[in-house]
Design a binder for this molecule. Structure first.
Ligand code: G3P
Length: 223
């Protein structure tokens, strides 16, 4: 993923399910083309293959399982994401937590086949511990701020800057993102000022009256 970046988690909001999400993905790709901004999309698993074929932006999954391909039902191994055209995956999002032992297996499995990993952390302590697993990125996202109207960069800037310092100290190869309540270009610019390489967001764009317009405004904060 080119940094700095805006990583857009579609979650499973009704506004992005199926064709609605595919149409939005095309509009978000146009924003990237027009502005040169680095934008990554995270559609639901069921839409990864279609969105990856539809647009040229990096598509990341919202979750991955450490199972091997084979006699497993209802799981999503890294190989399945790669075949679907994903460039990477989120893991351990506060809405889809993963046990440490599982991440210790799935992160290297993803990296062995070329999938980048954004590991999500609820707090600074978890972020520092996750850095030991060497994901490419760690996104610090205080759960209580997710989906809210106040950006983590306003409500808890010290959490972001402390996460940057502690992750850098634990593993300088890991790039830091932050998320929760990010809604405006100012929130994005502040995230970069606090030492991150970008933001992970959802409702500020997906739930906006005009999602494309909201994204166009947000990416201005990357410059
Ligand atoms: O994965 C990013 C997400 O949890 C942040 O949500 O709606 O606060 O941007 P939101």
């Amino acid at each position: 993923m080119r940094l700095p970046a805006v990583v857009l988690n579609f979650k499973t909001y009704p506004e992005i399910l199926g064709k609605k999400g595919w149409d939005l993905a095309k509009r978000f790709a146009a924003v990237a083309d027009d502005t040169g901004a680095s934008i990554v999309l995270c559609p639901p698993t069921a839409d990864i293959a279609h969105v990856a074929k539809l647009i040229h932006l990096p598509v990341f999954a919202q979750h991955v399982d450490a199972v091997d391909p084979g006699q497993t039902t209802g799981w999503t191994p890294p190989e399945s994401l790669l075949e679907a055209g994903a460039a990477g995956t989120l893991i351990n999002h506060s809405e889809r937590k993963v046990a440490w032992e599982e991440m210790a297996k799935s992160i290297p499995r993803c990296q062995a086949i070329g999938l980048e990993v954004i590991a999500c952390a609820d707090d600074v302590a978890e972020a520092e511990t996750l850095a030991k697993l060497s994901p490419e990125y760690i996104a610090i996202e205080p759960p209580e701020l997710i989906g809210g109207d106040v950006s983590v960069t306003t409500a808890k800037p010290e959490v972001v800057s402390r996460a940057v310092d502690r992750i850098r100290g634990a593993n300088p190869r890991v790039a830091v993102l932050c998320g929760a309540g990010v809604k405006t270009r100012r929130d994005v610019a502040k995230a970069l000022e606090l030492g991150t390489s970008g933001v992970l967001l959802a409702s500020g764009v997906v739930k906006a009256k005009d999602p494309e317009k909201a994204l166009r405004d947000l990416v201005k904060g990357l410059h």
